[in-house]
Ligand binder design. Structure first.
Ligand code: NAD
Length: 448
């Protein structure tokens, strides 16, 4: 199959490289010339494990190429996937569909024979209808079918997720289009990935419902964590205790600083907006979003607590900036509101992240960026672990303590055992495990 992917970001590039790896001939298009030049030179503009070699192998085999020329790539393609961004629109939280519609216009003008136009971007219900209307308006003679094929991959595990999906959702009513999409995904079908064919609107809503549900699960366990702290219970054991129930499942039950990233915040906002437009408000999702927003800044209070709530003049080291490990994506990362809150409270912030610092420097220039975790803790009055990168899981705690001005460790991902860290003389706090029965030294004790 000849496949064109419009938009070569996290989703477009991974999808394009994987489709090429299935044996299809793929052209990835982007309007960002620097991105395309970099991809042509074999440099991957994002950090995603395994992507570089996948792109290299398929580009060398002649199955994967990159261009800014959308018109030539669309002409003759069996399917064109739209994988451009759908960020939150300023003001009302609705998805900004201007990139999707602009791509649809350009594609419409370029189709030459029967083409399936597939929206892979996460788009509100009804967007497929509008894409179809635009195409018919721009090119009334175009022989096209418009389908929805939402993407469920996770950054950091994107290739694995793409190649071993829990399901493939295809929203389509045209038989020819269904046949093309089934052929494109046939290698996965052979792997027994279920392909679910639905109406287009249903497919569009499945994606939002999935993300809203996952965001709800995270927020639920975060609130249980807060309660666990008050009553002296352990949220990790609670998560295991409920997660072992097959009806609940153990995934997305890790208490932490609140969800962030390029999808959950914007997708829950967009879903709430759609629901309110259709007079079917989603109160649960509204609460999830509100609770999560408050949580991110509230985490700063945890950092300030050992200092009597006052961080003025203190230096705080932050480990981990990206919204999750194994990505360089800083979009809506919880570290951003947390750091802003720490700075608002008068703290100076030092930070280290293995992949996110380039983007973070643009977003938060007033942070002192460090070369590694140990440089980050040097002279710090408190250390906060915000993202659970593998390399932060086994820090040399004796060295950390000796480098710090004051041994306060706030572990927002629960990656250390409270007893171990406290035994080393740290004042330690984590999320949902501050049971009253575990004693921790206080700042006053350390000073004496
Ligand atoms: N990132 C994820 O983990 C993820 C997962 C599932 C779904 N999604 C959805 O996929 C979509 C894309 O997300 P992303 O993270 O890949 O975004 P991204 O910002 O990384 O990439 C989008 C790319 O599209 C390009 N683009 C915009 N308009 C264009 C046009 N007219 N022609 C050619 N290129 C154009 C941009 O230059 C950019 O490179 C979004 O709707 C998102 O919600 C993302």
């Amino acid at each position: 199959m000849r496949v064109c992917v419009v938009g070569s970001g996290y989703v477009g590039l991974v999808s394009g490289a994987c489709f090429a790896d299935f044996g299809h001939t793929v052209v990835c298009v982007d309007k960002d010339l620097r991105k395309i030049e970099s991809l042509r030179a074999g440099r991957i503009p994002i950090f995603e494990p395994g992507l570089e070699s996948l792109v290299e192998t398929n580009a060398k085999a002649g199955r994967l190429s990159f261009t800014t020329d959308l018109g030539r790539s669309v002409a003759g393609a069996d399917a064109v996937f739209i994988a451009v961004g759908t960020p939150s629109r300023r003001g009302d939280g609705h998805a900004d569909l201007s990139y999707v519609y602009a791509a649809a216009r350009e594609i419409a003008a370029a189709v030459t024979s029967f083409t399936v136009i597939v929206t892979k971007s996460t788009v509100p219900v009804g967007t497929g209808d509008e894409v179809e209307r635009i195409i018919r308006e721009v090119n009334p003679k175009a022989d096209v079918a418009v389908a929805s094929n939402p993407e469920f991959l996770r950054e950091g595990a994107a290739i694995r997720d793409f190649k071993h999906p829990d399901r493939i959702v295809i929203g389509v009513s045209d038989d020819r289009a269904q046949a093309v999409l089934q052929e494109i995904y046939r290698p996965l079908y052979l792997n027994q990935a279920p392909i679910m064919v639905t109406g287009r609107r249903t497919a569009e809503l499945i994606k939002y419902a999935a993300n809203a549900f996952l965001a709800t699960k995270i927020t639920f366990i975060n609130e249980i964590a807060d309660l666990a702290e008050r009553v002296g219970a352990d949220v990790q054991q609670i998560a295991r205790g409920i997660g072992l129930d097959n009806r609940i499942g153990s995934k997305f039950l890790h208490a932490g600083p609140g969800f962030g990233g390029s999808c959950f915040p914007k997708d829950t906002r967009a879903l709430i907006k759609t629901a309110s437009d259709y007079d079917a408000p989603l109160r649960i999702v509204e609460s999830v979003l509100a609770v999560n927003e408050n949580r991110k800044r509230a985490m700063a209070k945890k950092v300030a607590a050992p200092f009597g709530g006052n961080l003025r003049g203190k230096t705080v080291g932050v480990l981990g900036l990206t919204f999750k490990p194994n990505t360089d994506d800083m979009r809506e990362a919880p570290a951003i509101p947390l750091i802003t809150a720490l700075q608002d409270m008068g703290a100076t912030v030092r930070a280290f992240d293995p992949e996110g610092m380039e983007h973070s420097k643009l977003e938060m220039p007033e942070v002192a960026y460090c070369a590694d975790a140990y440089e980050c803790v040097a002279g710090a009055d408190a250390l906060v672990i915000v993202t659970e990168w593998e390399q932060f899981r086994a820090l040399d705690l004796d060295r950390v303590k000796s480098e710090m001005n004051c041994p306060v460790l706030i572990d927002l991902r629960n990656i250390y055992r409270p007893e171990t860290v406290r035994a080393k003389g740290f004042i330690y706090d984590s999320v949902g495990r501050s049971s009253a029965d575990v004693t921790s030294p206080r700042i006053e004790d350390l000073a004496s």
